[in-house]
Write a protein that binds this ligand. Structure first.
Ligand code: AHR
Length: 510
């Protein structure tokens, strides 16, 4: 048995929970849109072709904001192709994913779907093959009330009221050589500045996300953010971060500690952004939009479900990167969400990539069922229960010795205080692969009066750490966490080996 001691205090608040950190991502990639959220003719589809079974799961999972339409896809996309009468929309080649795009689904359909799913739209523009003019036209089309050519076109296409989209991404991963329209930091910084300026001239209320680094291993990481913000600091509100992680060569210990890299990434980008602020002598702060993150098992390019297998014929909605997630992945995803939440004073938008089928918490089959993957659960519970203020957490615990990140705390945690409902929620991961962990929490400034929820995700009976959910059986999920006690200002619990848990304590002020 390992041990961990956690301390919180009512007065040690990081900030309010930014609800947009529970975001997700829908890209025109693989089967995320087609046969994911949208499948006319499916027995569960509504009259617009939206899959009701998928919508139900989306609502249960609780994303707050959804990025659209890409991803790499957006860097070769003409948004005009996806509006107007469906039978007149062009069929195009999507070079990013080697796919045929029919454009049957576009901006209006996504806005309608988002309303149905009760999520905010986060729209990405194409700064790969296009530029300032297409960007400002799209803002006018989407957000201007009417009486101009672009806004009247929206109205003629069936949407009388503006879409009022607030958050816009100025392109996608343009630091990456794989990106259509890849740019140097200065080329991109100037383009983002000018596109952003023109977009805000159309609608000054919008918030803009500049492209940051595609991961911490990019050769330009750090220099990219610095150069881009040097150009576009006054025009933009956020800088983006993307990161995907996976277990390598069975090294589960390092994999379970990868939130360490997420912490490092976030803290480095905050430092860089604030260094630019200091140089500019401005009080304005640039926040972080971690708008792609997840576990992704990136296999060889010759694997059939990998996008760049150019031997394949061009297809519509091919099966691409439909990773099946296991127990270990779910625990790791819980630690990613903890990392984002702990930095919630500066990471104020985050999007798990993606929502359905493509490296996703929700899976669906064409003409068949939809189901929850293991990684669905930490997201769903945290989106539901992380409310109010984020509390600082101090951890003194046994360590896990990892090859990649050195010593890591065996327990990873984040905590929030919902003052209105008188509860403190803890989100905990036990990284120990073999041992239970005895956890005691000192509740500074609070008196506990009961436990209103205690649930755990761990290896199911008869399973292993690699057990996954399939369309036939979903053994990985939440079960009650027994034996949680709260006595005055101490909370005590035991976490099973390799587990993720949520505990909600009823509190009053001490
Ligand atoms: O989410 C899958 C892809 O990963 C996105 O299209 C791209 O932005 C990233 O490289």
């Amino acid at each position: 048995m390992t041990t961990a001691r956690i301390t919180i205090d009512r007065d040690f608040r990081v900030g309010d929970v930014p609800r947009r950190i529970f975001g997700s991502f829908v890209e025109h990639m693989g089967r995320c849109v087609y046969t994911g959220i949208y499948e006319p003719g499916h027995p569960q589809a509504d009259e617009r072709g939206f899959r009701r079974d998928v919508l139900e799961l989306v609502k249960e999972m609780g994303p707050t904001i959804v990025r659209y339409p890409g991803g790499n896809f957006v860097s070769g996309y003409n948004w005009e192709d996806g509006v107007g009468p469906v039978d007149q929309r062009p069929t195009r080649i999507d070079g990013a994913w080697h796919t045929i795009e029919t454009n049957a689904f576009g901006l209006h359909e996504f806005v309608d779907w988002a309303r149905e799913a009760d999520v905010e739209v986060m729209e990405a523009i194409n700064l790969g093959t296009r530029g300032v003019d297409a960007a400002r036209a799209l803002v006018e089309y989407a957000n201007h009330p009417g009486g101009t050519a672009w806004s009247d076109m929206r109205r003629a296409n069936g949407a009388e009221d503006p879409f009022d989209i607030k958050v816009w991404c100025l392109g996608n991963e343009l630091d990456g050589p794989w990106q259509i329209g890849h740019k140097t930091p200065d080329e991109y910084g100037r383009l983002a500045q000018e596109a952003g300026k023109a977009m805000k001239l159309v609608d000054p209320s919008i918030e803009l996300v500049a492209v940051g680094s595609s991961n911490t291993g990019m050769p330009t990481f750090g220099a990219w953010e610095h150069a881009v913000l040097n150009h576009a600091y006054d025009e933009v509100d956020y800088i983006s971060l993307h990161a995907y992680y996976q277990e390598h060569d069975g090294d589960a210990k390092s994999f379970l500690a990868t939130a360490t890299d997420m912490d490092y990434f976030i803290e480095s980008v905050i430092s860089t952004a604030d260094a630019v602020a200091a140089q500019r002598k401005t009080k304005k702060r640039i926040n972080l939009s971690f708008d792609e993150w997840n576990v992704w098992y990136q296999r060889g390019l010759d694997t059939d479900d990998q996008p760049h297998n150019v031997e394949r014929s061009w297809r519509t909605h091919p099966r691409l990167i439909e990773d099946e997630y296991n127990v270990t992945d779910a625990v790791v995803v819980g630690t990613f969400l903890n990392s984002l939440l702990r930095h919630g004073d500066r990471v104020t938008i985050a999007n798990q990539a993606q929502l359905v089928n493509v490296i996703a918490p929700i899976r669906s089959e064409e003409g068949g069922p939809a189901w929850r993957q293991s990684i669905f659960w930490p997201f769903a519970r945290m989106s539901q229960l992380a409310r109010g203020s984020i509390l600082r957490t101090a951890v003194t615990s046994d360590k896990v010795d990892t090859a990649k990140y050195g010593d890591a705390d065996v327990v990873d945690v984040s905590a929030t205080w919902d003052e209105e409902n008188g509860t403190v929620a803890f989100f905990l991961a036990n990284r120990g692969l073999d041992e239970r962990c005895d956890v005691s929490v000192k509740l500074g400034g609070f008196t506990a009066s009961g436990i209103s929820r205690a649930e755990v995700l761990t290896i199911p009976d008869g399973g292993t750490r690699l057990t996954t959910n399939t369309q036939d059986a979903q053994p990985v999920g939440l079960t009650p966490l027994e034996g949680v006690t709260a006595d005055g200002s101490t909370l005590s619990l035991q976490l099973p080996a390799l587990s993720w848990a949520v505990v909600v304590v009823d509190v009053t002020r001490a």
